[in-house]
Design a protein around this ligand. Structure first.
Ligand code: SF4
Length: 626
């Protein structure tokens, strides 16, 4: 039922999806923010993009579709193309990814983001970027860039790949050219940074001429936004970075600075002098500042490092000295809503000390954006408890809704096995043995592939020792910190094993816990062993204390709910569309507790069982006979 009034370009409009469209339209018309928990497969993207676009076109507003995933950029573009093909409403779209991924300078994509921004700025200011120079003439678009823009417009709605290819062929800067595209765009697809990172946003809004209050902002995979915002406001300094900065100073002949940097190294060691028995401890702002001020002037050192960093970036892409200046600047920031710690870690570079300045409150940057916008729609398949996200991000004037998981009811079996636990106090060899035994019984009963997620690699390794002799499936072990190439190769091997059935043993926070789609019969079972709680380190303790003071919900907001969200994300790898069928098993006694169970959507119908092997066997038998 293609519907022009709803801008719905597909044949089948389900009741839940129609409701989502109506609710989104109402929220935008009333200028309210809208928090949406809606399961995978419901069709969220068209459900919110259609009404947002309609409102934007009729009222001269701009839709921002913010997502951190490449696949979601592509899905949003595809949805716009489907709308355009059916209704020809004149969509002007600009698809933006992080600037370093759009940059025409070779090797830019390998630089850390903060370093890249300094590098790009220095090149532009010194007129050393030929691509930038080719793109602009006296502050306006050059004729070459104008011609490229026409080529891009002819391919509307164009994705970043089209923009990059056309601009690189013409030796232009894709980002600068895209800014001119953004000026006329009624839909901008971009990473969260373009709205929630103050520096990137201000620069982007200035160049594109867009205004927050004239924007309808859609935040996709919104459960990730709190941590992303915290990361944007956090900074760290390591002894590794200082050692590299000393090498840099030697290489470029900044001999006076070598002494200052060596002293900084001593300051770090001094701050960490209490770390003999423990891995981390708190540091006060004044401790670090005073130790430097006692010997030299903190502000003067910071300024000098900043200037040197800029000078070095004219000759090479990154500067460790410049990054130290950035940290010193951040360290002078407020104490409220921030944590300051130093920790020690054994790394591939040897023992490394790291001084951390971590933000605890994402609403510092999110609340202005969401409350100033015409309407912000935040959606996710794991946005429960929804009111927590409203609190964490500082939403005002909002409505929220949880949509029913219509596929889960018939396509998914959700089991709780309470016979084991990964609680710290209960960890022992007997638990690992028992866990391995149950895992083998379940995965052996699954006809195809299974994913098993553990809270840590260490725990995974303990269980794996007992599991391998009992499993009849091929075992795939996820490795820590896999590159994209390694991940793709690993997944290709895993998928190729679906007939015989494989078992991937990984960790909840690892490479495959989120953002991996294995549709159809490529994945038939997901098992979450234990609760993927954060390590109870100082940052976690700070979060708990902060949210206790702010909302009286420290343990829930700072510790338990983020772990449940992670477990739900892991579970979501199994059912990606209405046709997928699968089993999800939550293996830990705590999932049976009311305080944990109430965090899951009611329609997940989680059932405690002692007959896990039989239940799984029966489920797949009934699936095959349908
Ligand atoms: S101006 Fe453009 S091409 Fe030049 S460094 Fe910056 S992003 Fe890269």
């Amino acid at each position: 039922m293609v519907d022009k009034e709803l801008l719905f370009p597909y044949d089948k409009l389900r009741d839940e999806q129609k409701q989502l469209i109506e609710d989104t339209r109402k929220a935008i018309d009333e200028g309210k923010n809208f928090l949406v928990h809606a399961p995978t497969g419901l069709g969220k993207t068209i459900g919110v993009l259609g009404p947002a676009l309609k409102h934007a076109i009729e009222n001269n507003k701009t839709v921002f579709f913010l997502t951190s995933r490449h696949t979601q950029h592509l899905l949003a573009i595809k949805t716009l193309r489907d709308i355009d093909r059916n209704f020809s409403i004149g969509i002007n779209c600009c698809d933006l990814i992080a600037k370093k991924w759009m940059c025409s300078q070779p090797g830019a994509e390998n630089m850390p983001s903060a370093e890249f921004n300094e590098y790009c700025k220095a090149l532009r200011e010194d007129k050393l970027c030929e691509f930038f120079e080719n793109s602009r003439k006296k502050g306006k678009l050059s004729s070459k860039a104008e011609a490229a823009l026409e080529q891009i417009k002819a391919k509307m709605p164009a994705d970043t790949e089209i923009i990059n290819t056309i601009c690189r062929n013409e030796k232009l800067c894709p980002y600068e050219t895209a800014m001119f595209l953004a000026k006329k765009a009624n839909v901008i697809i971009a990473d969260y940074n373009y709205m929630f990172n103050a520096r990137i946003r201000d620069n982007f809004l200035l160049k594109s001429g867009k205004k927050i209050k004239e924007s309808i902002i859609i935040v996709d995979e919104g459960h990730n936004l709190p941590q992303r915002c915290r990361n944007m406001l956090s900074e760290k300094l390591s002894t590794y970075a200082i050692t590299m900065a000393i090498k840099e100073a030697k290489k470029f002949g900044y001999h006076e600075e070598i002494e200052k940097l060596s002293f900084l190294l001593e300051v770090m060691k001094d701050l960490a002098s209490g770390l003999e028995e423990k891995e981390e401890e708190y540091v006060l702002k004044r401790e670090f500042v005073k130790k430097i001020d006692d010997v030299m002037n903190y502000d003067e050192v910071q300024d000098r490092f900043m200037i040197i960093g800029d000078e070095i970036r004219e000759q090479q892409r990154r500067s460790f000295i410049g990054s130290i200046a950035r940290f010193m600047d951040m360290w002078k920031g407020p104490d409220k809503a921030y944590g300051r710690t130093i920790n020690i870690k054994e790394t591939k570079y040897g023992i490394v000390l790291t001084l951390n300045y971590r933000c605890l409150d994402p609403s510092i940057i999110s609340k202005e954006v969401v409350n100033e916008s015409k309407a912000t729609i935040m959606m996710s398949g794991t946005l429960t408890p929804t009111e927590m996200y409203a609190d964490l991000l500082g939403f005002k004037n909002y409505v929220m809704k949880e949509y029913r998981d219509i596929f889960s009811e018939r396509n998914r079996l959700n089991l709780i096995v309470e016979d084991v636990t990964t609680k710290y106090t209960a960890r022992n060899n007997e638990q690992y043995k028992k866990t391995a035994e149950i895992l083998a019984e379940i995965t052996n009963a699954v006809p195809g592939n299974s994913f098993v997620f553990f809270p840590s690699y260490q725990l995974r390794n303990y269980v794996h020792r007992h599991f391998e002799s009992q499993s009849r499936k091929r075992i795939f072990l996820e490795l820590r910190g896999m590159s994209t190439e390694e991940k793709n190769k690993f997944l290709a091997g895993f998928k190729g094993n679906k007939k015989r059935g494989g078992v991937m043993l990984g960790v909840a926070q690892g490479s495959f816990g989120e953002g991996v789609d294995l549709p159809g019969d490529l994945l038939e079972c997901v098992i979450i062993v234990g609760v993927p709680l954060q390590k109870p380190d100082l940052e976690t303790r700070d979060l708990i204390a902060y949210y206790d003071e702010k909302f009286g919900e420290g343990m829930n907001y700072g510790y338990i709910y983020p772990a449940i969200t992670k477990a739900m994300q892991n579970a979501g790898r199994c059912i990606r569309s209405e046709k997928d069928r699968g089993v999800v098993v939550f293996m830990d006694a705590r999932y049976a507790w009311d305080s944990y169970r109430k965090c899951f959507p009611a329609d997940w119908n989680m059932q405690i069982t002692k007959r896990w092997k039989e239940r799984v066997g029966e489920f797949f038998k009934s699936s095959n006979s349908e």
